[in-house]
Design a protein around this ligand. Structure first.
Ligand code: ADP
Ligand code: MG
Length: 445
């Protein structure tokens, strides 16, 4: 590696760490820059999940940083350096719709999962299944309320199995995707393809199966998929927000199938586990908060781990603006009753600016009537952020988007909220937008 490249790369990393802390991960330090020629910066990544993370979530930040450092427009290419991983072993669950919506998060591994009394059984079961799929517990059903690590465990099991046996056909998808694919297959007369795809997986993992609730035809299809796999001793892992019997509108025969293997609950973490999780997340992000700060956060937020993580990100972001160190005072301020970030200062037009820039759409599109996803989605994101970050009423917000009524705004809010729960890509996008907006306003004070 040339000295010039090494130098640029190092500056770029430091810039990202400071200015894009929400996407920063400690393993960025291990990335190898390969070349910088004609405005193309090629970097090497050893793992597919990391490559995907960089491509899908970090690309904009990397580009911005590279431009900042070099003064030129730079395109980045993320090259998988481990050739054995070049083959794609996931059953492609995204051929027709939601293209590439899902990939595994490099954060969601067993190594990064903290085991405590609240999740010990669920963790042990997922681990056992990833070591001996189809043999230990089948199906494995994990349940617990939102933000307690279900998706993390499911993805960890998939990734761990793929690491040991690259050839395994793993199908990991949300139940919503399954249902959408099914509907699409019926419409297009492609049921055969659909069935072939899911019934040939060696490990089928379906996230958030409560989505099957009240959907009779999808349940019927799922029942047959389940049976086919089960009878051929293929492993099935499922998770939901409640136990099988408590998922409303779930057919009895599915309830009994789901109860046939092991059902493991995840509870809210106790104080020690929350501390350990915060430390783990801090380590992953290359930050080193004092114990007392960690204790404060763990003491204050006890409902959900996503919230805990969000607080850490926010506090880290604030710390960077104020010189870099996370102090106890800063944590107090950030977690105090009065919001650390003055809400009223964020305006709808700032939100619109940020969103139109990010999604490359025009204001007139957002105000217009077009309902294609490329327009409707940014529009909904705007409404969501406006409700979350400003004090405007639903009616006022609707007024900014072509006079839409309050129920439209509410619907948009709920839609995005749900997407954030289910799709970490979208969650990261929103986190980044919020971080950008709050940062701007914070600096302005
Ligand atoms: P769920 O799918 O149950 O809603 P997630 O799996 O999305 O929850 O978890 C929310 C966040 O909390 C993720 O960032 C995840 O990494 C983190 N998390 C949850 N449980 C743990 C744990 N035991 N150790 C480390 N991180 C955890
Ligand atoms: Mg989840």
């Amino acid at each position: 590696m040339g000295d010039v490249l090494a130098d640029i790369w190092d500056k770029l990393l430091r810039y990202l760490q400071t200015n894009h802390s929400q996407i920063w991960r400690n393993w960025f330090e291990q990335i190898e820059p390969i070349s910088l020629e004609n405005g193309l910066l090629r970097i090497g990544v050893p793992e597919q999940s990391r490559q995907q993370y960089l491509k899908k979530i970090c690309n904009e930040s990397f580009q911005q940083a590279a431009q900042q450092i070099t003064g030129h427009l730079i395109t980045l290419e993320y090259i998988l350096t481990d050739e054995q991983q070049l083959e794609h072993h996931q059953v492609d669950s995204s051929s027709s719709i939601d293209t590439d919506l899902y990939y595994f998060s490099p954060d969601y591994t067993f190594d990064n999962f903290v085991v405590g009394p609240c999740n010990r059984l669920a963790h042990a079961a997922c681990f056992a299944v990833s070591e001996a799929p189809g043999q230990a517990y089948n199906p494995l059903f994990i349940y617990g309320s939102v933000g307690l690590g279900k998706t993390h465990l499911l993805q960890a099991a998939c990734q761990s199995l793929l690491k040991q046996q690259r050839q395994t056909q793993v199908a990991y998808l949300t139940c919503e995707t399954f249902v959408n694919h099914f509907i699409r297959a019926v419409e297009q007369g492609k049921l055969h393809d659909f069935r072939y795809k899911y019934r040939h997986a060696e490990l089928l993992v379906i996230d958030d199966v409560q989505f099957l609730s009240e959907r009779e035809r999808s349940q019927e299809e799922f029942f047959h998929t389940f049976n086919t796999l089960y009878q051929t001793r293929k492993q099935i892992i499922l998770c939901a927000d409640s136990k099988p019997a408590e998922i409303s509108g779930l057919e009895e025969r599915l309830v009994s199938r789901f109860n046939q293997g092991l059902v493991a609950r995840i509870d809210k973490p106790d104080f020690e586990t929350r501390m350990a999780i915060l430390l783990k997340k801090a380590q992953l992000r290359g930050i080193n908060p004092p114990d007392e700060a960690i204790q404060l956060i763990a003491g204050k937020l006890d409902q959900n781990i996503r919230e805990l993580e969000g607080a850490l990100t926010k506090i880290h972001g604030l710390a960077l603006l104020e010189g870099g160190t996370i102090t106890v005072e800063l944590v107090r301020e950030a977690l105090g009753d009065e919001p650390a970030i003055p809400r009223i200062r964020i305006t709808i037009s700032q939100i619109i600016d940020a969103v139109t820039q990010h999604f490359n759409v025009r204001l007139s599109d957002l105000q217009g009537k077009r309902r294609s996803r490329s327009i409707a989605f940014p529009r909904q994101v705007c409404m969501y952020l406006a409700r979350d970050l400003t004090n405007h009423s639903l009616e006022e917000i609707g007024g900014h988007f072509g006079g839409r009524d309050h129920s439209t705004v509410l619907h948009a809010y709920r839609t995005i909220d749900k997407l954030c729960d289910n799709d970490q890509n979208i969650r990261a996008t929103l986190d980044a937008l919020v971080a950008g907006l709050t940062e701007k306003n914070y600096q302005r004070r």
